[in-house]
Design a protein around this ligand. Structure first.
Ligand SMILES: *[C@@H]1O[C@H](CO)[C@@H](O)[C@H](O)[C@H]1NC(C)=O
Ligand SMILES: *[C@@H]1O[C@H](CO)[C@@H](O)[C@H](O)[C@H]1NC(C)=O
Length: 371
C-alpha cells in the first residue's frame, strides 16, 4: 500500500468515525424518559387474534402526534391511558411524526417510546410538512401554525385501511378513566366525528366579520346541518375513518384552508376549518372526555380550574403547559396531577436515571380520580 492510499484509508476511517459521533450526538437531542411501570390486561379482556397485528378487531386505536417539543406531554399521556385502561394491552397507538427539517429522526422517537413502554403496540408514520405548508396561514399563536397540528387531517390517509375508527388525542392530555368507554361511543350513520360540544361558547367569535358578513358564507355555510353549529375542541375526537375516506373530508377541510389564504375568515390555526366542515354534524360526547382549557388562554397561559362535573380526560389546551410551568417553579394546582405521570428524566445523556422504584405505581395515588 502506497503512502497516499494509507492516507486515503485513514481519511475514510476518520470520516466514518465522524459520522458515528454525529449520529450519537443527535441521539442526545431528545430528552430522556424513565421506563413506565408494567401493565397487563385484566380478566375478561378480548383475546389477541393471532397474526392479525394492527388489523385485530379487538384493538382500541389511539392517534397522537409525536415531536421533540411535546414529547414529554405525549409520554405522560400514553402512560395515563395505559394506567387507567382495563385492557391496556389492547391499545394500539398510531403516532404521526414530522419528517425532515429540525425534526428528530423517526428511529429516535421509536427508540424513546419503546424504552419507556417496552411492550407498547405502536406505529410511527412520518409526516412531511410540505403536505400542508402551502396551506397554513398566520394565526394568533406561533405554535398553532406548526404543520404537525394538521396531521389529524391525514389520519385516514396514514393509518392502515383495516383500522375502522380512531381516537385522536392532543399531546397535552391526561386520561384518568378507561379510554375504552370513549372508544365505544355510538356514531349514528350520519356522523363522521364524535367530540364533546360546547354550545354555550360564542360560536361567532371563531370566525371573522368578513366571514359572517359575506352573503355566500356566514350562516349559509351551516344551513341544513344535523343540528345548530356549536364549538367543539379538536384535541379529542372519535373519527370514523371509513366514512372520512368515503366523504374525502381532508379535501373538504383543505378547501377552507385555501379560502383562508384568499380572504381572512378566521384567526386560530387548525381548529376553524374543522368547525366549518363538522360543526352541527359531530356526534356529541360527554364533556367528561375533554376537560379543556387547563393551559389558560392563548396569550397568558394563566391557571384555570376544572369545569363542573365528572372528569375522564384533562386537557391543557391554551398556552400554559404543565411541564413548562412545573419547570419554571410556578405550577398551577392541577399541574401537580399531571406531574404524577411525568416520565421525564433530563435533557442530557449524562443525567443519572432515577431508580425504577422511584416511579413505581405506589408513588402515584391510585385513585386520584375515582368517581
Ligand atoms: C358573540 O361574539 C360576537 C363577535 O365577537 C359578538 O358580536 C356577539 O355580541 C357575541 N354574542 C354574545 C351572545 O355574546
Ligand atoms: C445538559 O447539557 C447542557 C448543554 O450541554 C448543559 O448546559 C447543562 O448544564 C446540562 N445539564 C445537566 C443536568 O447535566
Amino acid at each position: 500500500m502506497g503512502a497516499s492510499a494509507a492516507v486515503r484509508a485513514a481519511l475514510v476511517l476518520a470520516a466514518a468515525a465522524f459520522f458515528l459521533v454525529a449520529a450519537s450526538g443527535s441521539a442526545a437531542g431528545l430528552p430522556r424518559f424513565a421506563e413506565a411501570p408494567e401493565y397487563r390486561n385484566g380478566d375478561g379482556c378480548p383475546a389477541r387474534v393471532a397474526g392479525a397485528g394492527v388489523c385485530d378487531p379487538s384493538l382500541v386505536h389511539i392517534s397522537m402526534t409525536l415531536d421533540a417539543h411535546y414529547l414529554r406531554g405525549s409520554m405522560a399521556a400514553i402512560y395515563s391511558l395505559l394506567k387507567h385502561a382495563s385492557c391496556p394491552e389492547s391499545l394500539f397507538f398510531h403516532f404521526v411524526a414530522a419528517e425532515g427539517g429540525s425534526a428528530p429522526p423517526v428511529a429516535e422517537l421509536r427508540a424513546a417510546v419503546a424504552a419507556s413502554f417496552p411492550s407498547l403496540r405502536f406505529e410511527i408514520y412520518p409526516f412531511r410538512a410540505d403536505a400542508v405548508a402551502g396551506l397554513i396561514s398566520a394565526s394568533v399563536r406561533a405554535a398553532l401554525e406548526a404543520p404537525l397540528n394538521y396531521a389529524r387531517n391525514f389520519l385516514a390517509d396514514l393509518l392502515p385501511r383495516c383500522v375502522p375508527r380512531t381516537i385522536y388525542l392532543d399531546s397535552d392530555v391526561l386520561a384518568v378513566d378507561d379510554v375504552r368507554r370513549l372508544w365505544e361511543t355510538r356514531l349514528p350513520a350520519a356522523a363522521v366525528v364524535a367530540a364533546p360540544e360546547y354550545c354555550h361558547a360564542n360560536f361567532s367569535r371563531y370566525f371573522t366579520e368578513a366571514f359572517w358578513s359575506d352573503p355566500e358564507l356566514g350562516d349559509r355555510v351551516f344551513n341544513g346541518r344535523r343540528r345548530a353549529p356549536c364549538y367543539f375542541n379538536t384535541g379529542v375526537m372519535v373519527i370514523d375513518l371509513r366514512r372520512w375516506r368515503l366523504g374525502n373530508y381532508r379535501r373538504r377541510i383543505e378547501l377552507w384552508m385555501e379560502m383562508q389564504k384568499e380572504k381572512r375568515i378566521y384567526e386560530l390555526g387548525s381548529l376553524p376549518p374543522f368547525l366549518l366542515v363538522f360543526a352541527g354534524e359531530v356526534e356529541a360526547v360527554d364533556h367528561r372526555w375533554n376537560q379543556h382549557g387547563l393551559g389558560g388562554d392563548n396569550v397568558l397561559g394563566s391557571c384555570r380550574p376544572l369545569h363542573k362535573g365528572p372528569v375522564s380526560l384533562m386537557h391543557w389546551s391554551g398556552k400554559g403547559k404543565p411541564w413548562d410551568r412545573l419547570d419554571a417553579g410556578r405550577p398551577c394546582p392541577l399541574d401537580h396531577t399531571w406531574k404524577s405521570y411525568d416520565l421525564y428524566i433530563g435533557e442530557n445523556d449524562s443525567a443519572s436515571a432515577p431508580s425504577r422504584s422511584a416511579l413505581s405505581s405506589s408513588a402515584i395515588p391510585a385513585a386520584v380520580f375515582s368517581w
